[in-house]
Design a protein around this ligand. Structure first.
Ligand SMILES: C[S@@+](CC[C@H](N)C(=O)[O-])C[C@H]1O[C@@H](n2cnc3c(N)ncnc32)[C@H](O)[C@@H]1O
Length: 273
């Protein structure tokens, strides 16, 4: 079989499985295996097809996320290595990075990313503001490993702390800004199989209503902030107002949220006393 024939068949099979962009995904898989960019795949329809490509297609048809198969995902213009055990960066999370960069923090400002995963938020901030001191914490050893590796590969300075943020691992530390895209899915909430079966549960679920992590941050995070320090939290669809109320009740000053490209209130902004 030639590559052109494989692309036609793969696109049809992916479409039948309900994958949204079947032609694009078949080209991305092929480009990954041949180690070329997508345009090369389109102009070299005569290339023979290695068995590895069929194996990857089978896994994609079984709903494994594309980014786990290719091992990379672009975020804020940077390439992040990802794989099973770490959440794949989402485009809407770029709103959190933008909201952080809008803050007028002084040179040397100390920034903490809670639940850093691949490190996409912390590293993007460190990349754009090399004069800030960025730290990142994650309870997952796999995630801490990806964050460390990505920071090194992208030439950014990042302190990675492995541990449960609520366990005292940050005791005595004080930051000017905390950012977090915490787990925020409710235990009974339906998720697409691609996410539910493959992405780490620890990165997704936060109690029955998905708000447990926000409740704990509202109560505990002021202890890790300088006076009047900022906290920026990514929230799920329809969670912004609920999280704002939690924060206000815990004594935070709450500001207008930042909206993502789909017009969803995506980042709650608060300042400690
Ligand atoms: C929604 S993911 C976000 C990952 C990454 N920041 C991103 O935006 O792609 C949440 C992350 O929080 C981490 N996490 C969950 N509970 C935690 C805890 N108690 N302390 C520290 N990290 C935690 C998970 O391992 C996961 O990497």
């Amino acid at each position: 079989m030639t590559l052109a024939e494989w692309l036609r068949q793969a696109t049809a099979a992916l479409a039948e499985t309900g994958i949204d962009y079947p032609a694009l995904e078949s080209q991305v898989l092929a480009a990954h295996v041949y180690n070329v960019d997508r345009t090369q795949v389109l102009v070299h329809g005569e290339w023979p097809v290695p068995a590895e490509l069929d194996a990857l297609l089978e896994r994609r048809l079984g709903c494994e996320p594309l980014a786990y198969l290719t091992g990379v995902r672009e975020f804020f213009g940077l390439r992040f290595v990802v794989g099973p055990g770490v959440l794949i960066p989402r485009q809407e999370t770029e709103t959190l990075v933008e909201a952080a960069l809008e803050l007028d923090l002084p040179t040397g400002a100390k920034v903490l990313d809670i639940g850093t995963g691949s490190g996409c938020v912390a590293i993007s901030i460190a990349f754009e503001r090399p004069d800030w001191q960025v730290s990142a914490v994650d309870v997952s050893a796999a995630a801490a490993g990806y964050a460390t590796r990505n920071a090194e590969a992208l030439g950014t300075h990042l302190e990675v702390i492995e541990g449960d943020v609520f366990s005292g691992v940050l005791a005595g530390r004080r930051f000017d800004l905390i950012v977090s895209n915490p787990p925020y899915v409710g235990t009974g909430d339906p998720l697409p199989p691609e996410i539910e079966l493959h992405e780490p549960p620890q990165a997704l679920y936060a109690g029955e209503d998905g708000l447990d992590f926000y409740r704990r941050l509202a109560r505990e995070a002021q202890a890790w902030l300088q006076p009047s320090g900022w906290m920026l939290l990514e929230v799920g669809d329809h969670q912004a107002e609920l999280v704002q109320v939690l924060l206000r009740d815990a004594g935070w000053r709450v500001y207008l949220p930042a909206f993502d490209l789909s017009g969803v209130a995506r980042v709650v902004r608060a300042q400690g006393p």
